[in-house]
Design a protein around this ligand. Structure first.
Ligand code: M6R
Length: 612
């Protein structure tokens, strides 16, 4: 996720901005930049692709850039590959405005077309540049910085944390926020702006958190905040007493926990720009309706958790498209002599976009003439570059080795692919389509509810952390969910754990169930709830200790048989695993915590597996 910092005071701004950006490096980024207003009232922009050190060397640690007011940014690419031109800050054509932004401007295409029609020339591929250009467009009409910002905010849709400089107003920075983090820092004769307190904690511990719709004007004399109606308001100030190192994880003890809690926000970024009214629009996908209709075979190819997303995808895509979908492990696909041709679609899923096995499978499929649609988190990664089409998940950087928010966003994007294909093929009913879209919109909020039940999960983790062997059982989507729950648990807690389709138990595995064996029974798939219950009874009869996960509507029924029950809100059938996975991630996390494991960097594992 992009990092933002801003400063206005009596000292040279650039070194302070560089220092702030360095504190935000942990968030992950692909380019960095600063903009500073010079004493001659000109905005100087210095930016470059790559590490912050490249930028710092370019401007000699900031010494080269004169001026005491500026903004800085580390970019995590969403729209447009990492490049010098796409880096922030973005300037308006006439040089009056510089803008840094975290978030996504959903209607940037329409605004860009409007501005191009007015004769404006764009330099980058980003959504952010429209903000800079639109500011100058309005400023040329009203000649008022604050008013221009207001007009822009009324015109743009989406999520944003913005820091804005205007060459004609060298005594202020304007900041605005909607659905992206932004905070203000109060200093002696100086003011700060940051996406994260880490960036400014060395200069001030007095901060205020901006709310959606608020606009702030930062000067050397202080900060004035305005609410969404434009009325001046007093902000409550908070004193930060965190250690700097803790703040780098946003106050969370581990990146994994932070990323679990970031999932609702990540889902908003992945889903909302792709929904309008009650329809899914995959405008970032090039596939035409005609091409979609031409596919005779659909494959999903991936590794690890991305493969587990594919297993859920198989159920959902087959249901929505009435086409057969094969989900294959990338490491198997490449050597399996797969039956792939020009009429095949291969959906490749990868968080990093660099997994070697997945990359090799992609190349194999491409050689056979298949069309490659990838679902990737890291913009400009190898898999993204070599695919015919890419849908980005926009989850932001994921640092913990165990994936959480990337998994959730991959799943949401794949579900939207299913809906879009189903609509083109005429295989999804209007009612189901409408229900799933409605529930996709509600998903982030429902996930927030699940995250609030964290204490219950902690309690069960404390009860069960000593087990040495765990079985996850479930049917259909619950089986697919179990695969991920089991992988999460084993990779970070080192407990032996397996996932089985419940119906398979009696074909062998049930012989392993004895007194005290822990079975995590998944019963969130409503249509097969009764069958799930039968399997619970079977394992209990053989002495298993059962922890069950079900939906709120089935909780009471489950509690008649099982004492330890977790539940998640009900949602559309095909989206149920998107909620179910959260308690399983948290369970794995708290079990690993109890066992004293190195959660963010489990033994023998790497975040990106670039070897075979
Ligand atoms: O970057 P990718 O999605 O291609 O990575 C695939 C797997 O290596 C990855 O999902 C791995 O299984 C995770 N550590 C699971 O948490």
């Amino acid at each position: 996720m992009c990092g933002i910092v801003g400063f206005i005071g009596q000292e040279q701004a650039a070194p302070i901005l560089l220092d702030g950006l360095a504190r935000l490096e942990y968030r992950g980024y692909d380019s960095a930049g600063v903009a500073v207003v010079s004493p001659r009232h000109e905005i100087q922009v210095k930016k470059s692709k790559g590490r912050l050190q490249v930028l710092s060397d370019m401007i000699h640690g900031g010494a080269d850039v004169e001026g005491c007011i500026g903004i800085g940014h580390t970019r995590w690419a969403t729209h447009g590959a990492p490049s010098d031109l796409n880096s922030h800050p973005h300037m308006s054509e006439g040089g009056k405005f510089a803008v840094i932004h975290n978030g996504i401007i959903e209607n940037y295409v329409e605004i860009k077309e409007f501005l191009i029609g007015q004769g404006v020339t764009f330099r980058s591929e980003t959504d952010t540049e429209v903000v800079a250009q639109l500011l100058e467009f309005y400023y040329n009409e009203c000649h008022d910085f604050f008013e221009s910002v207001g007009r822009v905010l009324r015109r743009i849709e989406g999520a944003y944390a913005l820091g804005i400089l205007c060459a004609d107003c060298p005594d202020r920075i304007i900041a605005a926020r909607k659905d992206a983090p932004l905070l203000l820092g109060y200093g002696e004769g100086c003011s700060f702006l940051a996406s994260d307190v880490t960036a400014i904690i060395r200069h001030t511990r007095s901060v205020a958190y901006m709310e959606d719709g608020e606009v702030a004007v930062l000067t050397t004399a202080g900060i004035q905040v305005y609410n969404a109606l434009g009325d001046p308001i007093e902000k409550e100030r908070h004193h930060i007493d965190w250690e700097v190192s803790a703040a780098e994880k946003g106050g969370y003890p581990h990146f994994m926990l932070k990323e679990i809690f970031e999932q609702p926000q990540a889902l908003r970024r992945a889903i909302m720009p792709r929904l309008r009214a009650d329809r899914v629009y995959l405008e970032d996908m090039k596939l035409t309706a005609e091409k979609i209709r031409s596919f005779t075979r659909i494959f999903i190819v991936a590794c690890g958790s991305s493969y587990h997303v594919g297993v859920i995808g198989k159920y959902n895509l087959e249901h929505l498209t009435r086409r057969s979908v094969e989900v294959v492990l990338a490491s198997e696909f490449r050597y399996a002599d797969p039956i792939v041709d020009e009429n095949s679609l291969v959906i490749v899923i990868s968080q990093s976009g660099e997994t070697l096995d997945t990359m090799a499978a992609l190349r194999e499929a491409k050689k056979c003439g298949a069309y490659i649609l990838s679902i990737v988190n890291v913009v400009g990664s190898s898999i993204a570059r070599e695919s015919d089409d890419v849908l980005y998940t926009w989850a932001g950087p994921e640092i913990a080795v165990a994936t959480t928010k990337a998994y959730s966003t991959q799943l949401a994007v794949l579900d939207m692919v299913g809906l879009a294909f189903g609509e083109v093929l005429g295989t999804v009913s209007e009612d189901e389509y409408a229900e799933v879209v409605r529930e996709l919109r509600a998903l982030p909020e429902k996930m927030e509810t699940v995250l609030k039940s964290c204490e219950d999960i902690q309690k069960y983790a404390a009860q069960y952390f000593n087990h040495n062997s765990v079985f996850f059982i479930g049917r259909n989507l619950d089986y697919a969910l179990g695969l991920e729950g089991s992988l999460k648990l084993k990779e970070i807690s080192y407990i032996h754990s397996e996932a089985y389709a419940s119906g398979e138990l009696k074909h062998g595995t049930i012989s392993l169930i004895e007194n005290g064996t822990l079975v995590i029974a998944l019963g969130t798939y409503g249509a097969l709830f009764d069958k799930a219950m039968s399997n619970v009874v079977e394992v209990k009869a053989r002495g298993a200790e059962v922890l069950a996960l079900t939906t709120e509507s089935h909780r009471a029924e489950m509690e008649k048989t099982v004492a330890s029950v977790l539940s998640v809100p009900d949602t559309a059938r095909m989206l149920q695993p998107s909620l179910g996975v959260v308690p399983l991630q948290l369970f794995a996390y708290y079990v690993a915590l109890q066992r004293g494991c190195d959660i963010d960097k489990p033994r023998n594992l790497a975040k990106s597996v670039t070897v075979e």
